[in-house]
Ligand binder design. Structure first.
Ligand code: NCD
Length: 361
C-alpha cells in the first residue's frame, strides 16, 4: 500500500494490506466527526490557514488564560506504538489548554489482553473522553475509531499511511524559517494559498516507503506550490511513488537532489517495518547519509529537517543534526503549537449528526 494508498483512507484491517475498495470516507462523512484530523487530504487550504492561525494565537496567549479555554475537557491518548515527540507534545498541548489527559498505551492496558480497538474506543468514550489521539501500527485504524466512537480522532500516525500533525508542524517550521524573523504582522506565516511555497523545493530522503511523514508532507506541500523530490534507493522508494500526486518527483541521486533543494528532510530507516527487505546499510550510508562535506558541497544554505527519531551516524551526522541549518529542535517546538490548534479544533467542532453533543461554540 504505502504511497499508493487511497487518500480518503477506508478502514484497512491488514497491515500493509491493499485498498479493499470499501467506500471512501471523508471528514464530511456523517460518521466521522468534523473535528477529526485523519489525513492532510481532508484539509482545505482554508483549514490549513485556520490551524496555523490558531497555533500562533494559542502559542502567544497568556498561559493562565489559555489553561481556562478547555478546562476539564477530557482528552485520551491511545498509543499502540512507541513515541516520544508526538505523544509528549500532544499531551503538553492538551494540558496547556487546560484539558485533562489520560494515556492508554498498548503495554499497560487491556489491549495487551486482546481488547479490540473498537472496544477500547467505546470504553474511552464511556469514560468521558471527548477526543482521542491515536497512534496505531495499522494504516486506516483512525478511520475505524472515528466511525465506531463518533468522537473527533486525531491521527498521531497510522502504520505507513499518514501523520497529519507532523506535516502541519513541518509546514509551520518551513514557513517560519523561509520567511525569516520579520514581524509577524507584516509577514504572517499564515498567508496560505497555492503560491505560498512557489519556488521552494523540498527533498525528502530515506525510507520513503514506510514513512507516514513523507506521505503526509508529499500530499500537503505541493498544494501550497512546493516541489517535492523523493530521494532514496529502489527498495525504500519504489518508482510508482512519483504517482502520489502533482509536484512530486523521484531523484535517486542524493547529491543532485540536494543541489535543487532549499529544504532537506531526512528520514530514519524504519527497521521495524523492513520485514524481508534486503538493504545494505553500509552502501545506504555511503549514498544517502547527510554529512558535512556533502552538505557544504551541494546545499550549504538548505534548511535541514528530521521528524525524529534520528539515528546519528546513519542517515545524518551529528555535525549536521546540531548545525546552524538544522531545524530539528524547532520542529518539536512547532509541534506543540500545531497540536494545541488541532485539539482546539477538535473540541470546538460539533458532530455533524447531533446538535446536542460536542464542545463549546
Ligand atoms: C515518525 C513516526 O513515528 O512516524 N516520528 C514522529 O512521529 N516524529 C518517524 C519515525 O518513526 O521514524
Amino acid at each position: 500500500m504505502g504511497l499508493l494508498a487511497t487518500n480518503n483512507m477506508p478502514v484497512d484491517k491488514k497491515v500493509n494490506g491493499k485498498n479493499t475498495g470499501e467506500k471512501k470516507l471523508s471528514p464530511r462523512h456523517p460518521f466521522i466527526h468534523p473535528g477529526s484530523a485523519l489525513s492532510v487530504t481532508h484539509f482545505t487550504l482554508e483549514d490549513v490557514r485556520h490551524i496555523l492561525e490558531q497555533a500562533t494565537k494559542l502559542e502567544s496567549m497568556n498561559i493562565e488564560r489559555r489553561a481556562r479555554l478547555y478546562a476539564k475537557r477530557r482528552v485520551a491518548l491511545l498509543f499502540y506504538e512507541s513515541s516520544t515527540r508526538t505523544r509528549t507534545s500532544f499531551e503538553l498541548a492538551a494540558k496547556s489548554l487546560g484539558a485533562d489527559t489520560v494515556l492508554v498505551s498498548a503495554l499497560s492496558s487491556s489491549i495487551e489482553k486482546g481488547e479490540s480497538l473498537k472496544d477500547t474506543g467505546i470504553t474511552l468514550r464511556a469514560l468521558g473522553a471527548e477526543c482521542i489521539i491515536l497512534r496505531h501500527p495499522n494504516s486506516g485504524a483512525p478511520y475505524l475509531l472515528a466511525q465506531t466512537t463518533g468522537l473527533p480522532i486525531l491521527n498521531a500516525g497510522d502504520g505507513i499511511h499518514e501523520h497529519p500533525s507532523q506535516a502541519l508542524l513541518d509546514l509551520r517550521t518551513i514557513l517560519t524559517r523561509l520567511r525569516g524573523k520579520r514581524p509577524p504582522k507584516s509577514n504572517p506565516i499564515e498567508k496560505i494559498n497555492e503560491r505560498t511555497l512557489r519556488g521552494v523545493t523540498v527533498a525528502i530522503v530515506g525510507d520513503i516507503l514506510h514513512s507516514r511523514v513523507a506521505r503526509s508532507n508529499a500530499l500537503l506541500l505541493p498544494r501550497l506550490g512546493a516541489q517535492v523530490i523523493l530521494c532514496g534507493p529502489e527498495p525504500l522508494l519504489p518508482s510508482y511513488a512519483a504517482g502520489i500526486g502533482p509536484g512530486v518527483e523521484i531523484e535517486r541521486d542524493f547529491e543532485r537532489a540536494l543541489a535543487k533543494s532549499q529544504v532537506v528532510m531526512m528520514l530514519r530507516i524504519q527497521k521495524e517495518r523492513l520485514a524481508g527487505l534486503q538493504l545494505d546499510l553500509d552502501d545506504y550510508t555511503q549514498r544517502y547519509q547527510l554529512h558535512l562535506d556533502r552538505f557544504l558541497a551541494h546545499a550549504p544554505d538548505a534548511l535541514v529537517m528530521h521528524p525524529g527519531p534520528m539515528i546519528r551516524g546513519l542517515e545524518i551526522t551529528s555535525e549536521i543534526a546540531d548545525g546552524a541549518n538544522s531545524a530539528v529542535a524547532e520542529q518539536v517546538r512547532h509541534g506543540t503549537a500545531i497540536r494545541m490548534a488541532l485539539l482546539a479544533r477538535a473540541l470546538d467542532a460539533k458532530p455533524s449528526r447531533s446538535k446536542s453533543a460536542g464542545g463549546r461554540a
